[in-house]
Structures are given as structure tokens and as C-alpha cells.
Design a protein around this ligand. Structure first.
Ligand code: SF4
Length: 220
């Protein structure tokens, strides 16, 4: 099991004001959904992990409510059991930030840390929050693999790592070798309710992505 110490990364404050539209939505949600997290959702998992999973953004009734990425909605029901099956998480996922689940050699973050209306962040919002992702990745000295869930996360990561977009297209199951730090970037369709209900992403497809990552991490 890995731990957070001694590496450091400063998450945005609860009232980060860099994205005015998301700040306004946050204030609306603090009134409409009292008792929820309703703030930027910090990443989950140790900074000395080898695998970083990058999602899109917190779900309104999932991470935005519980305060932990992918926790409390459909996407977490798909993601956390897959992580447990492949050894990247230990414990039982109970749709709550205090369920005691631990991530093993894995960390989960988002391209955008505040919940966006209709789950759709704008390009400037993605760019603003990318600065936090840049610093987070810089604070992960043992990072070897980045798994992007969906095209928005993929595009933000490709830009972050300075890769050419045309040479690094998003495709489910793709593995891209990055110039920076010898990292591998893996792509998967996002484990959203829409993608899983429509069969765009099935459990075997998702499992194959994690099996490949686990194999690669074991191999070198
Ligand atoms: Fe700040 Fe990121 Fe939230 Fe924008 S999305 S307000 S940059 S934490």
C-alpha cells in the first residue's frame, strides 16, 4: 500500500474563483443541495502512485455531493469494482467518501475539479483547471501511467504533456507513449451511465484496459 507522504500538492481552495460560471453554479448548489460537498473535489489516492486516472469532472449528485471523485453515482459503481478486481483498490466501495476504500498504487483526479452545468465544462474552464493537474502530475514522482476516461480528459492530458493532438488521437483501448518521463497514456471511454447503458463501454472492455495497465506496470 502506498501513502501520501512525503509528496505534496496543493488542491484548489473550497472557493476557487478561477471559473466564474462554475463559481455561480457552486453557489446555486450550496443553496439547492445543502449538506453536499459543493466545492472543488480533491483527488483521491496517494501521490506516490504509478497510475493516475483522469476523469471529466465531478457529477452533480456523485462527487459534488460526496466530495470524492467518482463516488456516489453510476460512474463510481463501474469504476471502483473494476479497480478492486485489478488490485488498484482495497476494501468495499459503498458509494460514500467514508467507506474506508483505499487506492493501491493509484490516484483518481479530474480534468475539471468543480461540477459543471450539464456535465459540460467549457474550453476556458478546462484550461484553467489544467494548471492544477499540471502541478499534481509534477508532484507524482513515481507516475508511469495516465488513464484518461473520455475524450475531454484525453485532450487535456495531451495538451498538458505537450504532445501533438493529431499524432495522439483518442481511441478506446489506445496506448500512447509520451515523450515526457517515459509515461504511457491509456484511453478508455468514460464509465458514465450513458456509455454503459448504451453498450459503448462494457465491463469486459473496461476490464481489458485495467488488465493492460496492470500488466505493463508489472513488466517494467
Ligand atoms: Fe478552480 Fe478548477 Fe473549479 Fe475552475 S474548475 S474554479 S480552476 S477548481
Amino acid at each position: 500500500m502506498t501513502t501520501d507522504a512525503p509528496f505534496a500538492f496543493a488542491e484548489p481552495g473550497a472557493d476557487c474563483g478561477l471559473c466564474p460560471r462554475l463559481v455561480s453554479f457552486r453557489e446555486t448548489n450550496r443553496s439547492a443541495l445543502p449538506g453536499g460537498h459543493n466545492a472543488p473535489v480533491p483527488a483521491f489516492g496517494p501521490l506516490d502512485a504509478a497510475l493516475l486516472i483522469v476523469g471529466l469532472a465531478p457529477g452533480l449528485h456523485g462527487a459534488n455531493r460526496t466530495g470524492r471523485p467518482f463516488t456516489g453515482d453510476w460512474a463510481g459503481d463501474m469504476l471502483y469494482p473494476a479497480l478492486i478486481r485489478h488490485g488498484f483498490a482495497v476494501g468495499t466501495y459503498c458509494e460514500s467518501a467514508d467507506d474506508g476504500l483505499r487506492l493501491n498504487n493509484c490516484r483518481i483526479s479530474n480534468a475539471v475539479r468543480c461540477v459543471p452545468p450539464q456535465n459540460k465544462p467549457t474550453t476556458p474552464e478546462i484550461a484553467a483547471c489544467r494548471d492544477f493537474l499540471v502541478r499534481e502530475i509534477a508532484a507524482m514522482p513515481r507516475l508511469r501511467a495516465v488513464l484518461c476516461l473520455g475524450r475531454v480528459a484525453h485532450d487535456s492530458a495531451v495538451r498538458l504533456f505537450g504532445e501533438r493532438a493529431a499524432a495522439t488521437p483518442f481511441s478506446h483501448g489506445a496506448v500512447h507513449r509520451l515523450a515526457q518521463r517515459g509515461l504511457r497514456l491509456y484511453d478508455s471511454y468514460h464509465c458514465s451511465r450513458y456509455n454503459t447503458n448504451t453498450g459503448v463501454l462494457t465491463e469486459p472492455m473496461f476490464d481489458a484496459v485495467f488488465a493492460r495497465i496492470a500488466d505493463d506496470l508489472r513488466a517494467n
